[in-house]
Design a protein around this ligand. Structure first.
Ligand code: AMP
Length: 192
């Protein structure tokens, strides 16, 4: 059975970029709760309406909602999952462990993309500028105010997961400041 991994790291650390690489190179399946929530918003579902404001502010949506989204995806079967932006709280991490057990699967590694805050601000502002230049929609939460809240949410609510996965023997750190190919290489070494 193919392996499942978690990508951990603050907004702008490169989780989405590396997940896309793994999908392309290995046929893994990206499960991004951020993408799922944005889809729910775009399609105007009740849940999308409920989370829109919370997301625009850069806060975390409730554990119940995101755990429900992941539960639904896992119920469809398959393996080789990349959990991208999930879990973000200890309650979500416990829920994921339980869901994995229920489906007879396990997490191979929690890969922490290590970066520093200045880089994150540059990358996120750059991402918004690139989208604007290309005439693509800019994420509602890619602005300075939301970013501050998102970083705070990361340090307060998500960074405890580093200790959690370390205690489980699953934590693997990679240098998220290296270029995209080098980071991909480090992740490949963890997977192989
Ligand atoms: P992302 O695309 O991963 O940066 O997520 C964008 C936004 O969606 C976050 O700032 C949160 O508001 C929300 N979100 C995504 N994943 C989660 C999660 N696992 N738990 C809570 N909120 C989430």
């Amino acid at each position: 059975m193919s392996v499942n991994i978690i990508l951990l790291g603050p907004p702008g650390a490169g989780k989405g970029t590396q997940a896309a690489r793994l999908v392309e190179a290995r046929g893994m399946v990206q499960l991004s709760t951020g993408d799922m929530l944005r889809e729910a918003q775009a399609s105007g579902t009740e849940m999308g309406k409920i989370v829109a404001d919370v997301m625009a502010k850069g806060q975390l949506v409730t554990d119940e909602i995101v755990i429900g989204l992941i539960r639904e995806k896992l119920a469809q079967g398959g393996s080789g999952f990349i959990f991208d932006g999930f879990p973000r709280t200890l309650a979500q991490a416990d829920a994921l462990a339980a869901l994995m057990e229920e489906t007879g699967q396990s997490i191979h590694a929690a890969v922490e993309l290590q970066v520093n805050d200045e880089i994150l601000v540059d990358r996120i502002v750059g991402r918004a500028e690139q989208a604007r230049a290309a005439g693509q929609p800019v994420r509602a939460d890619d602005n300075a105010e939301s970013l501050k809240t998102r970083l705070m949410a990361y340090y307060k609510q998500t960074s405890p997961l580093i200790g959690y996965y370390h205690a489980k023997g699953l934590l693997r750190g990679v240098d998220g400041l290296a270029d995209i190919d080098a980071v991909a290489g480090q992740i490949a070494a963890i997977l192989d």
